[in-house]
Design a protein around this ligand. Structure first.
Ligand code: ZN
Length: 85
């Protein structure tokens, strides 16, 4: 089932300590710049897989296990997190 980036807003807040749905990521494949909310999210992929809406490149993968979380950001060139407030 495909969701948008708002589906992982709570998870990202927990992991990064910041509201991330407005954070703008640069796709490592096609260079598109989009807020995280404007991505395609698959929650049971396994783990959580976030894909670029333009080229379907995997920009973020999150796998949680008891006691730890594994985050793969290799598909994202950069991410810009706005200050809170
Ligand atoms: Zn892309």
């Amino acid at each position: 089932m495909r969701l948008d980036g708002n589906a992982i807003g709570g998870l990202m807040l927990e992991l990064f300590g910041a509201e991330m749905t407005a954070a703008r990521g640069v796709c490592g494949s096609c260079g598109a710049v989009e807020p995280l909310a404007q991505t395609d999210v698959y929650l049971n992929a396994p783990g959580t897989v976030v894909r670029c809406r333009h080229c379907q490149n995997v920009v973020l993968r999150i796998v949680r296990a008891p006691g730890r979380t594994w985050i793969d950001l290799s598909g994202m060139r950069s991410i810009e997190i706005p200050d809170a407030g």
